[in-house]
Design a protein around this ligand. Structure first.
Ligand SMILES: Cc1cc2nc3c(=O)[nH]c(=O)nc-3n(C[C@H](O)[C@H](O)[C@H](O)COP(=O)(O)O)c2cc1C
Length: 403
């Protein structure tokens, strides 16, 4: 951000921000609505320019989505203790900025696994993004590229890894769930390499059980699930299969609990950097080091897995301490403000990822919505860094926080 924009922000807040409208989205929305995979009227929504904080996208998304889809995105598992705690834990941390530091602007750029990004904020993998918006992960990838950051493409996003890779030429990583069939897993990794992904993220915290989804009988439409499974490589499935057959196939197609052997195999199979997503304890972090992995994501899956797991920001420091610089630590869960990013970096995260804010912004305004959400977080982080006298990301440290 240049100095003028920054001083405008000081006086105007983010209200001066505007977003453009992505071309052609309405037509695609209508097309997908006919296919029954997206809501009809208003799916692209009004321009989300009224949002000044990422939480403002919640209402905009609610307006644009069927109830079941909105609740699929927004809810957490069981009593949502972990979901709430992820957000509240950030609010409990106090920042104590130094005074008289003379810093007037901040450079937010940093690196993750040696890859330069314009700010320590990345897009988390999100399943069935195509239900949030017809352009789904394609729009998210474009917004990330435009913002100069990494999109971690979800292999369950509703578009194939090749479609997502072609949508934007920014840096991208691929998140995978692991097919039970090793040949398909192996081909998936080869395809990721060929499509230009720069890292593989393996999610290990599995098993989603959410009351809202059970009440709403939430399930992706047949066409979307079929496309997803065929995109993974299960090409034996066709339109001739009934929805029940596809659901039954899906239920047994995946490894639902991973072990060290899988990571040993993956390490030998690819030279791409490998990250494990779902680490919460120092013990798990040490396992990741022993397995020769390159990075880990401190994550409880946004409170969508086992309820009662700790808030990620509360366990981050212990993980960082156990890792002791031997691999890179990222984190996600509950990031709703640029100030939250500062707190996570102060506790040792190299960068953070956003899940729900991305999906809400996408539902609210497609690519432009995600771009705006990223811009809001960027401006808030700039404000927090300048307030704390940090002209560079490397200058953010734990001395800024009251413990
Ligand atoms: C709708 C939705 C779908 C998700 N799907 C995936 C997924 O396919 N793979 C994955 O590793 N994480 C998935 N996540 C978890 C996110 O990657 C991330 O860990 C989490 O959303 C971070 O918390 P936040 O929503 O508070 O930002 C999903 C999250 C949401 C909200």
């Amino acid at each position: 951000m240049d100095r003028r924009a920054f001083s405008q922000l000081l006086t105007l807040g983010a209200a001066g921000l505007t977003v453009g409208h992505a071309n052609g989205e309405a037509a695609i929305a209508a097309e997908d609505a006919e296919e029954g995979i997206a809501p009809a009227a208003g799916v692209t929504g009004d321009l989300p320019s009224s949002a000044v904080a990422v939480d403002d996208f919640i209402e905009l998304a609610r307006r644009n989505l069927p109830k079941a889809t909105f609740e699929y995105i927004t809810s957490g598992s069981e009593d949502e203790v972990t979901l709430r705690d992820n957000v509240d834990a950030f609010r409990r941390i106090r920042v104590l900025p130094p005074l008289l530091h003379g810093i007037e602007d901040a450079d937010l750029s940093t690196t993750v696994l040696g890859q330069k990004i314009s700010m320590p904020i990345m897009l988390a993998p999100v399943a069935v993004l195509r239900m949030a918006h017809p352009q789904g992960a394609l729009a998210a990838a474009r917004a990330a590229a435009e913002a100069g950051t990494i999109h971690v493409a979800g292999s369950s996003a509703g578009h194939s890894l090749e479609e997502i890779a072609e949508a934007a030429d920014g840096p991208k990583w691929l998140q995978i769930y692991v097919p039970a069939d090793r040949d398909i897993a192996s081909r998936l990794v080869r395809r990721a390499e060929q499509a230009g992904y720069r890292a593989i993220v393996v999610t290990v915290d599995l098993g989603e059980r959410k009351d809202a989804d059970l009440r709403n009988r939430f399930a992706p439409p047949k066409e979307m699930l079929l496309k997803h499974l065929r995109d993974i490589g299960f090409t034996q499935l066709t339109e001739q299969n009934t929805y029940d057959e596809i659901l039954a196939f899906n239920a047994s197609a995946w490894r639902i609990s991973l072990d060290a052997e899988f990571f040993e195999w993956l390490r030998k199979t690819t030279s791409l950097p490998i990250l494990i997503k779902g680490v919460l304890s120092p013990q798990a972090a040490k396992q990741a080091i022993e397995l020769g992995l390159n990075g880990l994501v401190v994550s409880n899956h946004g409170g969508r897995r086992l309820d009662g797991m700790p808030a990620t920001i509360d366990v981050l420091e212990n993980v960082v301490e156990a890792v002791d610089g031997r691999l890179e630590v990222l984190m996600d869960g509950g990031i709703r403000r640029g100030g939250d990013v500062l707190k996570a970096v102060a506790r040792g995260a190299k960068a953070v990822l956003i899940g729900r804010p991305q999906a809400w912004a996408l539902a609210a305004g497609g690519q432009a919505g995600v771009a705006q959400a990223l811009q809001i977080l960027r401006d808030e982080l700039t404000n927090a860094m300048v307030s704390c006298g940090c002209s560079k990301v490397e200058e953010i440290d734990a001395s800024l926080l009251m413990s």
